[in-house]
Design a protein around this ligand. Structure first.
Ligand code: G1P
Length: 286
């Protein structure tokens, strides 16, 4: 079985759910406590053993690639002032490990993933949606890689969602479950609550086989007039193993203001240097 060496980060989205913050800044640069969303996703992938990082970007997104560059000016000034470079929180890649490709038109998540096909090649790959911030130990993708090493095929991260929210998610038709793994019998993008086959929703982590790329290249537009990753994945069901993985940990949807604020609170409360101050503030507002 081939290892998951490559991760695709679809980061071309416009971030309309959290305007005006994202008018001139990529939503993936939104800061949770002291680092941007993209850094959490990249570090999750690094820890899970990923070696190639493919950013599918769009216009106005160059800050995302710059963030992982060496900041010579900062390093020089901080060193000359005797300040520790630890604060830079350097996620450093092997030279050439970060590749960026453009999605020239906003044609959907499936199209964004397809834009990475030449880099992904003929290997299984991960997809991480950075606005889904996953908190767990081991991290979410690492848990999925461990499961993948047992069952192979395709694995989507999934979570039970409120029925009235099914139209925000890809929804699974579940088969048999074995611990955190549930067989996927069907997938449908953003069904109305009354049409949803279950309340098991796909959240932003995937391990996929390269065969999905050819499918994404030929399928038409689906829900919302976009080329949907869900529709591409649905065609793999029955041809390859396909599981939903319920991850042990917390998910924060940081793509809207409420989720973003809660994520900041949750992560700050997990930090020994910040928790007392945040707790005291929350207590004063009770
Ligand atoms: C995308 C996917 C959807 C998935 C969701 C998870 O939707 O299309 O299947 O459930 O991410 O966050 P989006 O949130 O980009 O509309």
């Amino acid at each position: 079985m081939k290892r998951v060496r490559t991760a695709v980060f679809p980061v071309a989205g416009l971030g309309t759910r959290i305007l005006p913050a994202t008018k001139a800044m990529p939503k993936e640069m939104l800061t949770i406590v002291d680092r941007p969303l993209i850094q959490y996703a990249v570090e999750e992938a690094l820890e899970a053993g990923v070696e190639r990082f493919v950013f599918v970007t769009g216009r106005g997104k160059s800050a995302l690639v710059d963030h992982f560059d060496i900041a010579y000016e900062l390093e020089t000034v901080m060193t000359s002032r005797g300040k520790s470079l630890d604060r830079l929180g350097g996620t450093r890649f092997q030279p050439g490990a970060l590749v960026s490709v453009r999605q020239q038109e906003p044609l959907g998540l499936g199209h964004a993933v397809w834009c990475a096909r030449e880099i992904v090649g003929d290997e299984p790959f991960a997809v991480l949606l950075p606005d889904d911030l996953m908190v767990g130990k081991p991290n979410c993708l690492a848990q999925m890689v461990e499961a993948y090493e047992k069952v192979g095929g395709n694995i989507v991260c999934a979570q039970d969602v409120p029925r009235e929210r099914t139209q925000s998610y890809g929804i699974v038709t579940p088969g048999a479950s074995d611990g955190p793994l549930t067989e996927v019998r069907g997938l449908v993008e953003k069904p109305q609550p009354e049409d949803a086959p279950s309340t098991l929703g796909v959240v932003g982590r995937y391990i996929l086989q390269p065969e999905v790329m050819a499918i994404l290249g030929r399928i038409g537009k689906g829900s919302g007039g976009e080329i949907q990753l869900t529709d591409g994945m649905a065609e793999l069901i029955g041809t390859q193993p396909f599981h939903a993985f319920t991850f042990a940990g917390e998910r924060h949807d940081c793509g809207d203001a409420g989720g973003f604020v809660v994520a900041n609170l949750a992560l700050a409360l997990g930090r020994a240097d910040l928790a007392p101050r945040v707790r005291a503030f929350l207590a004063s507002r009770d």
